[in-house]
Design a protein around this ligand. Structure first.
Ligand SMILES: O=P(O)(O)OC[C@H]1O[C@@H](O)[C@H](O)[C@@H](O)[C@@H]1O
Length: 320
């Protein structure tokens, strides 16, 4: 747990996380980002806007694992189309009325707010290889006027991004800093980069119930272990018993997505028409080179009483 009472001021660009990893802050204002690089070359880049991971490279820095639209806004003008946008306190379009999130934008305010960089720490994992952890914070004071008005609750988010040789762990810590309880949804909207969508399968959801948003939000049960993508897919799988969902490409395991205290997963590919309809999705046919597997808690709401904390997230592993 990051001790927020003495939040470190923004790091000097020269600060390193110790001999193991190099941590730099580049850019300014809403384009500021933190870049961490391990001695073996793996790296992660996190935009302070939305605390959005925009790049994660494994294999000594040779393999980019995340898809990022060529027209993704990286200047804070709108949510990033790609990488790992943070969805909080509501997933999807908010309830029409009568809910504290009703007047928030789709997917909430976290991905379009300016987060603070709280600091870094490095560690050795069990195998002795290095990792570096970056912490980001978002508090009520950091919200836009609109968001503060729309969601008048006092909260604290600490988002930890840990880069290791073959994996990236992203964990959220949500604290109710106010006097009244509140409820929220949370999701990590990960855009995985793949070579060819026609050779991709998403495995590990056999028998899981899902809402199919392409088929008028009807409920279904996943009838086989492999989900193939041959058109627009927008499915919300809920109450998933096992913790790992795998992305297989050309018959070979490419990514493992391991949930931590999150029971739901969205599988999304816009396919051609929807890709064309999104102004910041470019090139249009790049739906062939991405798949979203988004872990979260989006069925119903997580409720926090005064002073209570929720923690959850994912570890994504590159198996190349
Ligand atoms: O365009 P946005 O707000 O980033 O949302 C993109 C997609 O996000 C997915 O998580 C939703 O299931 C889709 O319905 C939605 O279209």
């Amino acid at each position: 747990m990051v001790d927020r009472t003495n939040r470190p001021s923004a790091l000097k660009a020269t600060d390193a996380a110790g001999p193991e990893a190099q941590v730099d802050i580049v850019g300014s204002g809403s384009s500021s980002k933190v870049i961490a690089t391990l001695p073996s070359g793996e790296s992660v880049e996190v935009l302070l806007f939305g605390a959005t991971v925009t790049s994660w490279k494994s294999n000594g820095g040779k393999t980019e694992n995340l898809w990022l639209s060529e027209k993704a806004a990286l200047d804070g003008s709108k949510a990033v189309r790609g990488g790992v946008p943070v969805v909080f306190p509501v997933f999807g379009p908010p309830p029409k009325s009568g809910h504290p999130t009703s007047t928030l934008p789709q997917h909430g305010f976290a991905r379009t707010s300016r987060w603070e960089f709280l600091g870094k720490s490095s560690a050795e994992d069990a195998l002795g290889s290095n990792s570096v952890k970056l912490d980001f914070g978002l508090y009520r004071s950091g919200l836009s006027e609109d968001a503060r008005e729309a969601w008048p609750l006092d909260f604290g988010l600490v988002y930890s991004v840990t880069l290791s040789k073959d994996s990236l762990q992203t964990i959220i810590n949500v604290r109710n800093e106010g006097q009244q309880s509140f409820e929220f949804q949370f999701l990590l909207h990960t855009y995985f980069k793949i070579q060819d969508i026609s050779k991709v399968a998403v495995n590990g959801l056999l028998g899981v119930t899902y809402v199919d948003k392409v088929l008028n939000a009807t409920e279904h049960k996943q009838s086989d272990n492999s989900i193939k993508i041959t058109g627009e897919v927008d499915r919300v799988y809920t109450s998933i018993p096992q913790d790992t969902t795998s992305i297989v490409e050309d018959g070979k395991p490419r990514f493992d997505v391991v949930r931590d205290n999150l029971q739901d997963t969205v599988v999304w590919n816009p396919w051609i028409e929807k890709a064309k309809s999104m102004g910041d999705f470019s090139p249009d046919d790049d739906y062939k080179h991405m798949i979203c597997v988004e872990v979260g808690t989006v069925q119903g709401w997580q409720k926090l009483e005064k002073g209570e904390v929720f923690e959850g997230g994912q570890t994504i592993k590159s198996l190349l």
